[in-house]
Design a binder for this molecule. Sequence first.
Ligand code: COA
Length: 419
Amino acid sequence: MEALKGIRILDMTHVQAGPTCTQLLAWLGADVIKLEPPQGDATRGQLRDVPNADSLYFTMLNCNKRSIVVNMKSAEGKTVFVDLLKKSDIVMENFGPGVLDRLGFTWEKIHQLNPRVVMGSIKGFGSSGPYADFKAYENVAQAMGGAMSTTGLPEGPPFVTGAQIGDSGTGLHLAIGLLAALHQRDRTGEGQYVEVAMMDGVMNLCRVKFRDHQRLSRGPLGEYSVRTAQGMGEVPRAGNDSGGGQLGNAIHCKPHGPNDWLYVVVQEAVWEGLANRIGGEALVKDPRFAKIAERRKNQNEMWKIITEFAKSYTKREFMAILNPLDVPCGPIMSTEDLANDEHVRGRDMWVELDHPQRGKWWNVGMPIKLSDSPADIRRSPLLGEHTDEVLKSVLGYDDAKIAGLKQAGAFSAPPKKAA
Ligand SMILES: CC(C)(COP(=O)(O)OP(=O)(O)OC[C@H]1O[C@@H](n2cnc3c(N)ncnc32)[C@H](O)[C@@H]1OP(=O)(O)O)[C@@H](O)C(=O)NCCC(=O)NCCS
């Protein structure tokens, strides 16, 4: 039994932030109807690797959904949208600011049409405040939510992270809000408007940096390997520092290629065993590292000693040395490593699928594992693949009605006027 069986989502989202949320809810069992403009979600054609096939950008974010094409700029398309809205539990969008209002569907209007529907909305900066009118993409959110200013090295430029915290992170936040609103709707009978701004989502994920921001008003940050000082205001970029109470860093290993690194956390509890293995009794007794306070102060020397030891081992060999000592550590895994990793495959986190246009391809699996409702991952839909099916099975339209709507342009772009 799928956890969200019986929940219908009218999904107008596009690109990544919204689709990542609806894919997750589809994997949890919701019936997600992706309502697309006649030309489809722009990502279908972006970064194509197979000619005339939906791109991986699209297929990897739109599994388990049904696709229906509706031209929301035609009067007939709007009536189809309204009919679908009345049959849905959740309606979702992540258009640019004001787009849905311009189409004639404010939240007030949507609520009036279906008081039970929960509406999910993603904006770069939310619907209020001085930034409300701006569009946003992933890295804009990373820039404005605090992630970029705290990622990288102090002397270098700010960096984005490869994890899509602005888009997929926001999608996750929205999923939580929608499920909470559905729960409330079940008690009150009333839907509500759930909004997540990408900038807010990134700030939420940078919480520990705002912890450090406030600590800086009282003194330097002892655990940082880079210079910090009371009153410096901005939290500095700190390379691969752990960011927590325990010291951590990435250690370069043999053969010293770009991903031959092991991330090592020198947890307080394991120092003695680690020091003994690396430098024997002399290192255990070395006063520079005797207590956590000294290790913090002298951490750059400590990392040098650990790196010197690690240079004769690969990341996996070094990991094998540290595991029996209970040292928390992990190799830097490349995408290639992960795609071939036994643990990853065993947990269904790299899943092979088939697609009528592109053939075999792989998707990252469902990271949330429900004991009674494991996700059954199915390929993404072709553009408009389920238009007729949805019109008939969800709305009860007959062939004559569908033909009339088609004729009137409810599902297609108007023909281009001659210049
Ligand atoms: C992502 C983003 C920058 C893309 O901008 P964009 O490509 O200009 O797209 P917009 O969402 O602004 O506009 C979509 C247009 O398609 C139209 N459209 C959408 N669905 C339609 C449909 N089914 N039928 C007809 N037209 C449709 C809209 O009416 C709008 O047209 P308009 O500009 O004439 O009003 C923007 O949508 C945005 O800022 N979204 C919120 C933040 C976000 O989610 N960003 C991350 C994306 S991963």
